[in-house]
Each structure stands twice: as C-alpha cells, then as structure tokens.
Design a binder for this molecule. Structure first.
Ligand code: FRU
Length: 416
C-alpha cells in the first residue's frame, strides 16, 4: 500500500538559506515584550483544532495548549519539568490560564512534551491529546514515546475546563529500522506527534520528529545528501552526526491508539539534526509540510535561522518534496535577534504562532529568556514560495469555526 522514497533536504538546498530575506523574517522582538504569566514559562504551543487542522472555538472560547513549567525553574532546565497547560480566550489574544490538562498520573513517564489536541471527529465534546511521553534519567532523555490521552471539554461563560485525561496509551516509538533509537544514537530525537486525516485517501496519519535509523557517526554523507554544490565545496566529516528526519505513522484503529511506523517523508542526513514539531497543510492541491529547527542543529559548514522551515509536494503526503523558497526557510529570527522565537506552528489560515525564546539585550548583551507567546505572523503560501505579510498581536490565534456545529465538517476538507 505504501510505496514511496524519502525526499532529501540536501546541503546544497540549505546553502540557499538567506537570513536577510524580509519575506521569511519574523518581526524583531525587543526586550519589552509582554509576559503572559509571571509564574510560568511557556513554550511549544498548539491550538484546539479538528483532525483536518482547522482551529475550532468551543462555546465561544478559543483554546490553546502550551508546554509549561514553573518560572522558578532555570529556563534551560525546563524541559525535564514540562507539563501541558491550557489557556482560553474570547478574543484569541488575552489568554486565561486553566491549569494542567493531564492528571498527575496520566503520563507514565516524567515529562509531557509536544504534540497536538483535536476534537474527536463526530463527537460533541470529546478531546484527544497526542503528546510525547518523555522519561528523564540522570543522563538526559532515556525514553520518548508518542502517546495519546483522552478526555472531555466543557465551558460556560466564565471559562473552559476538562475532565478525563487520567490515563494515556503509548502509540509508537523509535524502532531502529526506520527511525534511530537510543541504542543507535543516544542523542536520538523522537517526538511531537501531529495527527491528521490525509484528504487523498481518508486515512489517519501522524507526523513526528525522528532521526534516520543508523548508528550515529558510522555512515558517511554521500553525494545525494550533498546535492549540487560548487566543485571543491568542503563537507566537514562530522556533518554525518546530523541525521534528522520527518517521520510518518499510519493509524490502524478507529480510536487512534494503534499505529504502524512508515519510512520517513523527508531526511536531512548531513544537513541538520532536528526537524521538530512537523505539521501539514493542504492547500490548492499542494501538500505543505512544516517543521522547526535551530541554527545550532545544522551540520558543520551550514548555517540557518531558528524558526519555521517547509517542504512542498505536488503529489500528496508521500511526496516527493522540495524545500519551500528553494532553501526550506519559511520564517526565522532577525539578524540581530536570531534566537528570538521558536516552535512555530502554521495553521490552515496561514497564521503562524510561536513562543519567545531568547532575546539579546542590545545594551548589555545579556540573554533574556522569553517563555511567553511571540507575535503571530500571517504567511501566504504561493506554490513553492512563501511570504510573511502581516504581524498580528502577541499570541494571536484565530478560530476557523465554532464546535460543535450542526453539520460536523466532512472528513475530507475542501482543498482551498
Ligand atoms: C521544541 C521542542 C519539542 C519538544 C519540546 C521539549 O521546542 O524541543 O521538539 O517536544 O520542545 O521541551
């Protein structure tokens, strides 16, 4: 049933990244940004949506989910303390904190990492959160498993609350065959499930971040990974330590708990080590695959912006994919604030939300941790190109429609 080859993001394509291009640039964030909560760090964020990627409101409230940790914890230590918190808003920009989504015991491991939250198709108020159940030990991440937890949403005119989310089910984990596991690569990445229905075949899939299955550092980067570069272009030997992939799994059960891993859609061996939070938009017959990465995770000899990258396919979800804008860069930091924002997420309506990561104080050179939402940016998708056109409010999320609606949207979204 599945017959496709991974598309390669090559070094030659990544060499085209232009950090000066204003059409792929965030607005500059100064040191005076507003903070949503002075008791919480918040970072990776996603909206309550339907399984086709449309943002929904529930009884007049827009709802978002963020990784949160106590602000008393050092910014760089937050990952091992991450829990999923939720916020709700009437206007999509003034957010009220509702607390943790999962009961303390729902996650069978120690931290709750990124994922996504959908209204269960056809349900009145059933909610499913796909997340990364992560186990930390003394040396770092020991396990990372895609998991699902379920509950119900309720709201009145004072706010939103949830029931359930008191247990979780593992969905899939790195197999060492398509995706590197801990034994092959103890710095392996495997996380951030994004569940959606593919309009072409009506099947349910999950995208996620992985690494190419191989023993770290044992394979050389080849010509196919390098691409068409000028002759005598040096490729540092240790670029083989970078092996990110965008993975895909196929759902085997109606309750979205049973899955099979498929080979990756995109690989970045020799190019970059992390392709995080992958997600997809179907528009005008094209399939747009988005992911986030850092400058620091590019292989030696390459540089990029911290931010959103993307790939486009003319043949549906299985590709082949080409990098958007030739290089892959869709929305990154500014030359003077290169790490200002991260964990970008593009919605079907072209709005891209992200969180404020680290802003450099131009007076002192000191780094100021953000831990709050960044200005949302409108990005137009035009064939194989993208254009940042408009800056919205900090943390602005726009619901596409109200749930529940009388006629629940068809499983197949109309291609816009
Ligand atoms: C991106 C990310 C995700 C991960 C989370 C952990 O910012 O690294 O890939 O789920 O943050 O905090």
């Amino acid at each position: 049933m599945f017959n496709f080859n991974a598309s390669r993001w090559t070094r030659a394509q990544a060499m085209k990244i232009n950090k000066q291009d204003k059409t792929t640039m965030m607005p500059e964030i100064g040191t005076d940004f507003p903070i949503m909560r002075d008791d919480l760090w918040l970072w990776d964020t996603w909206p309550l949506r339907d399984i086709n990627g449309n943002v929904v409101s529930f009884k007049g409230w827009t709802v978002i989910f963020s990784l949160v940790a106590d602000r008393k914890i050092a910014w760089n230590n937050r990952h091992s303390h991450a829990r999923i918190g939720y916020f709700y808003s009437k206007d999509g920009k003034s957010w009220i904190y509702g607390g943790h989504l999962l009961n303390e015991t729902a996650n069978t491991r120690t931290a709750e990492w990124s994922g996504g939250t959908i209204m269960a198709p056809g349900s009145r108020n059933q909610v499913e959160t796909f997340f990364t159940s992560t186990l930390f030990n003394e040396s770092g991440v020991a396990e990372a498993v895609a998991a699902v937890t379920k509950g119900h949403i309720y709201a009145d005119n004072k706010g939103v609350w949830f029931s359930g989310f008191d247990q979780s089910t593992d969905m899939f984990q790195a197999d060492g065959l398509f995706y590197a596991n801990y034994t092959e690569n103890n710095l392996w990445n495997f996380r951030d499930p994004h569940v959606f229905i593919n309009p072409e075949d009506g099947e349910t899939y999950a995208l996620f971040e992985g690494n190419v299955a191989m023993v770290r550092g044992q394979s050389a980067v080849g010509e196919e990974e390098i691409g068409f570069v000028p002759e005598n272009t040096a490729v540092a030997e240790d670029s083989c330590l970078c092996s990110a992939s965008i993975g895909i799994a196929h759902c085997l059960s109606d309750d979205r708990t049973e899955w099979e891993l498929l080979p990756p859609l995109v690989t970045a061996f020799g190019v970059n080590d992390q392709t995080e939070r992958p997600h997809v938009i179907f528009q005008n017959g094209l399939t747009y695959l988005f992911t986030i990465t850092h400058n620091s995770t590019f292989a030696d000899g390459l540089t990029g912006s911290d931010g959103l990258y993307g790939f486009v396919s003319e043949n549906g979800i299985f590709g082949p994919y080409e990098p958007l804008n030739g290089s892959g860069l869709v929305l990154g930091g500014t030359p003077s604030q290169p790490t200002e924002s991260y964990a970008h997420y593009m919605m079907n309506n072209g709005l891209v939300e992200s969180f404020i990561n680290e802003v450099i104080d131009p007076k002192t050179g000191k780094i100021i941790a953000g831990g709050t939402l960044a200005p949302t940016v409108q990005v137009e998708l035009q064939g194989h190109e993208t254009f940042a056109t408009e800056v919205k409010a900090y943390g602005y999320i726009q619901a596409d429609y109200a749930w529940p609606v009388r006629s629940i949207p068809d499983r197949r979204p109309s291609i816009r």
